[in-house]
Each structure stands twice: as C-alpha cells, then as structure tokens.
Ligand binder design. Sequence first.
Ligand code: NAP
Ligand code: ZN
Length: 363
Amino acid sequence: MSTTTYPDQELARKNAGATVPAYAAQGAKDQLAPFSITRRQPGAHDVQIEILYCGVCHSDLHTARNEWTNTTYPAVPGHEIVGKVTKVGKDVKKFKEGDYAAVGCMVDSDRTCPQCKDNLENYCDNVILTYNSPDSHLGGMTYGGYSKQIVVDEHFVLRVPDTKNLPGVAPLLCAGITTYSPLRYWKIQKGQKVGIVGLGGLGHMGLKLAHAMGAKVTLFTTSPGKTEDAKRLGADEVVISKDPAAMEKQNGTFDFILDTVSANHDMNALLNLLKRDGSLVLVGAPEKPMDIAAFSLIPKRRHFSGSMIGGIEETQEMLDFCAKHGITSDVEIIPIQKVNEAYERLLKSDVKYRFVIDMASLK
Ligand code: NAP
Ligand code: ZN
C-alpha cells in the first residue's frame, strides 16, 4: 500500500497522530486505490472521529479526475462524513468521547472575515475544504472521508440529532445542505412552484426538502424511469427535460428552479421556465462553461445565481430540520472496494439516490 509523504517533514512529524487506511486517486486517469495517510494529533479544540459512513458526491468524482483542473494528487475524496467521537481536545465543549458526529465539506476558515462573521464560512476566501485544500497542521493537502479517521476543529463538527439511520444522514452533510441553503436564502414558501433539475444525490434531497417546505414541486429529469421514485420522494409532477414540447408547456410558470445537473446542458430551456422575477440557482458544477442567451433573462427580469454548500450554523439547522421532518437520504450502501464502480454508475445517472461507503469495509 502506498503512503503519503509530506513536503515539510519536520512539521508533519511534530503534529502527526494516527496513520490510517484510506482510498486515494494518484492521478486523473487512475482508479482510486488503497492508500495510507497520517492524521494530526488532536489539539485543544479538535475532535477525533472514527468514520463509520461516507457519502459519494459527484464532486468527489470531479476532483478525483481533475475535471475542475485544481486537484493535487494524491487525492482522498469524501465530504459526507458520519462517525463516532474517539477523542476530544481539552477545550472541546460540544462533544465527548462516544458521541455521534458529522463533518461536511469544510474543516476550517479564517473566522475573521465578513463571511465568517455572518456564519457563512462556506464563502470565506480562506475556507479549508475537507479535501484538496492546504493543510496547515501537517503541510500538504487535506484528505477527505474515504478513510477510517478524521481530526477536525469542533467548530466544523456537527451534532447528529437523529442517529437511527446513520448511512441516510451522511449525504445530508453535502447534498442536504447544498439544496437546503438556496431554498432558504430565496425564502421558498408554501404554495410556490419550485423546479428541481436532475434526480441524483442533490436532486433527491432537493425534492424532499422543497416538499417539506410546502412548495409545489416539479422534477425535470432526463430519465423517464425515475418518474415513480420522484413522486415518492416529493415531486407533484415530473417533466422529461429532453422533450421540447413538454418543456415549452411549462414556460413562464416557475417561482424558483434549483439546477443540480453535473454535466453541460441547455440552461436557456430552464431559464425560460421562470415567471417574472423568478430565480434559477445553479448548484451543479459542470466541467465546461455554458451558454446563456441575454433574452432568457431580460424580458422577465429573471435572476440567475449560484450557491455553494452552506455555513456551519445553517448546516446544523438543516440537520435539525431533517430530524424534525423525518428526512434522510435514500442510499445504496457499498463497500469501499466498489467506489470506482460507483463512479461509473454516477456517470450513467444510475444511482438511487446516493452511494454511501460503509467504512467497516476498509481494513
Ligand atoms: P449525481 O448524483 O451524479 O446527479 C446528477 C444528476 O444530473 C443525474 O442523476 C442526472 O439526473 C442529471 N444529469 C446527469 N448528466 C446530465 C446531462 N448530460 N444532462 C442533463 N441532466 C444530466 O450528482 P450530485 O452528487 O447530485 O452532484 C450534482 C452536481 O452538483 C455535481 O456537479 C457536483 O459537483 C455539484 N455539487 C455542487 C455543490 C455546491 O456547493 N454547489 C455541492 C455538491 C455537489 P436525471 O437522471 O434525473 O436527469
Ligand atoms: Zn458534495
């Protein structure tokens, strides 16, 4: 099994904690394979977590294959983490050994900028993501949740309010908050007409959450076979986005659309669905730029914007909201040895509706 090497070996030696098994990509064209990483020794504010489950987000695939051209290898993906606290630093207040805990897409930020002061660490210029960000403790880059253990400052660790279905909670840490945050920011209310585009990990959470907020929800999908599931997950209506006549019939009728599609697609057909002053928020992050026609926006004063995950306070609010409404993710549990196969299935939109790795399979 290959092992990580750190650029500043003295720093790494000073702060090194446990060496643990993980899965890493060594290059854009490589399969993920067993790898060994070092975590830091927990500091005064740190929580050490034994990872039990980790969701497989399409962002993990984009990163492992360098589709956003910013990956540093080796890359250990995974940012939908649920586990058990095994050790806490002396100043930790929120957690004790034995608690369940969760970690999402971020593990640190500068905590002083206007974004951090507004509890929007996700928009901090110096945010440290759970993987593929500079790691100030050990040097090198941060390594994500496809591993046995992680050490995180308690500010970035979430409480798990309902522990009955831990694999179903893991995807809330990215797919859940990424869809919850824009629905809240744009103040989605009872009776509004909301479209969710794409029924994958994010999309299925978007359906559940928008439905729980009282919206009238339509799924736009390229997969006719997902219609029944969509209705079970909270859609009032399903439209096949490859059918131009079915799309046109809906033009000018939507208050809000959340676009979760991972590949390049026709944005203008979606913008045309919005009514006057309606908003389309893009959370899907395709590899290449997409064309927007001026006249998809101008005539109806439409809004087009993006959204990235959510702040820590809002992530806890989302977990509490999901516990209150009995919402978890629909998952297919896999051993880590099947993660490359899971990536291929993601590319075929063949996921119902989130792969979650059972970390007991990682020895
Ligand atoms: P996923 O599970 O693979 O789902 C993506 C869905 O998009 C597919 O199931 C499919 O739904 C649809 N789709 C795929 N290819 C398409 C195409 N060519 N044309 C139209 N629709 C297509 O992915 P995910 O994990 O939900 O992530 C979705 C995207 O969000 C990724 O790009 C990911 O990186 C990004 N993301 C962003 C944030 C953020 O903070 N903004 C956070 C997490 C993830 P149908 O079969 O229903 O058509
Ligand atoms: Zn994600």
